[in-house]
Design a protein around this ligand. Structure first.
Ligand code: SOE
Length: 385
């Protein structure tokens, strides 16, 4: 038995993000030597039956159906928010006010105003109360290694960032109108869901911020069949579809604070691309290229030569030493384990975890600038401070 101090975790949401976070909470202590041992105290969802089933399947000790009750529990010190964006702000603000640490899924919120309220709540909390936004791709070993290369100056001055996040899960016009396609629930479409990841990754790796953008967005399929029960048996086609109120794709270019030019492409219509989160960075001395579909590899060009592959599985590579022998790669789920490891260490040591809510707000401001630009025919638009 471990004699480590335990810390209770309460998680809200049990769909895709809830499942992957659960996997991370379950495994983190087995692979990393942590100052605190997380205890999966309770999971929360709206349906009692489904939440209890999720608790049993995912390893949570108890099930709640009211997130306020989850926050109030004495055995919960960390609140992990895995709900759609429309509830992030309300839950996070309440949890921080109750003195609980908060890990919140990305994007931080649906609007800049909500994100600002979250940043204010984080600032108002005692400094021992920590908050972090879950941009998990920062914790891909190859992406963390890319940042190390830039920090060490191996690329020289950064001139270009080429960032793409390509998916294809809604190419079929008959794919239903799920919550991610509704502005009131998701805030934005590809722009917020996956565009936020590449903005964060570009800023993280280069250490520079996006200061202005020019963007275009498009909704290719404007109406879709209603999801699930709401479609209704026997409903006519007109009655059984609903309007898609978010973008399907967002393309934007931008300037970075260090003088680099960047291009970003976030789309759910890249037929054949499942989760191609790609980053290429060109500096005066060298370049880096990464594609999440081959997430254990980083391609590096140095000294004027072409690109060479580095397999990012060596013990001295970020996070990699905790896992398998060299060449035995990691997967999507490990990025969440790494994120939770870093968060727990910050909670234990009193360090400020990153990305902070303020970092999440900055990304939100970039997204908002893209929307303003797109609404104005792609005019160059400054990201507001
Ligand atoms: C859906 O597009 C999604 O699950 C995103 O919401 C995640 O953040 C990304 O990691 C995978 O794709």
């Amino acid at each position: 038995m471990s004699d480590k101090t335990t810390i209770g975790v309460g998680m809200i949401g049990y769909a895709f993000m809830g499942r992957v976070h659960s996997q991370a909470w379950r495994s983190v202590g087995a692979f990393f030597d942590l100052p605190l041992a997380p205890r999966m105290a309770a999971i929360c969802g709206r349906s009692k039956e489904r939440t209890e089933a999720a608790a049993a399947q995912l390893g949570w000790a108890a099930a709640e159906t009211d997130w306020r009750a989850l926050i109030e529990r004495d055995d919960v010190q960390i609140v992990d928010i895995c709900t759609p964006g429309d509830s992030h702000a309300e839950i996070a603000v309440a949890a921080l006010a109750a003195g609980k640490h908060v890990l919140c899924e990305k994007p931080l919120a649906n609007t800049v105003a909500e994100a600002e309220a979250m940043v204010r709540a984080a600032a108002a909390a005692p400094s021992s109360v920590k908050s972090m936004v879950a941009f998990n791709y920062r914790r891909v070993p190859a992406i963390a290694l890319a940042r190390r290369y830039v920090e060490e100056g191996r690329l020289g001055e950064i001139r270009h960032v080429r960032a793409q996040y390509l998916q294809d899960w809604i190419v079929d016009p008959e794919f239903p109108l799920v919550w991610r396609l509704q502005k009131d629930k998701a805030g934005a479409g590809a722009l917020g869901d996956i565009g936020s990841h590449i903005v964060d990754a570009a800023e993280y790796v280069t250490g520079q911020q996006v200061v202005g953008v020019s963007g275009l967005t498009e909704t290719f399929v404007k109406r879709r069949p209603l999801a699930g029960e709401s479609a209704g048996l026997g409903a006519s086609r007109a009655e059984s579809t609903g309007e898609v109120t978010v973008d399907d794709a967002a393309l934007f270019i931008g300037r970075l604070s260090g003088g680099a030019l960047a291009s970003f492409e976030a789309t759910r219509f890249a037929t054949g691309r499942k989760n191609a989160m790609r980053l290429e960075i060109n500096g005066g001395l060298g370049s880096l290229a990464f594609d999440f579909e081959s997430m254990n590899e980083l391609w590096v060009s140095e000294g004027g030569g072409g690109f060479e592959r580095i397999l990012v599985t060596e013990p001295d590579h970020p996070y990699a030493g905790a896992w398998w022998p060299p060449g035995h790669g990691l997967g999507y789920e490990h990025t969440f384990t790494h994120e939770i490891k870093d968060f727990l260490e910050a909670v234990a040591t009193g360090a400020d975890p990153s990305p902070s809510f303020a970092d999440g707000l900055r990304v939100q401001r970039v997204l908002e600038a893209v929307e303003r630009s797109a609404a104005d025919g792609g005019r160059y638009t400054n990201v507001e401070d």
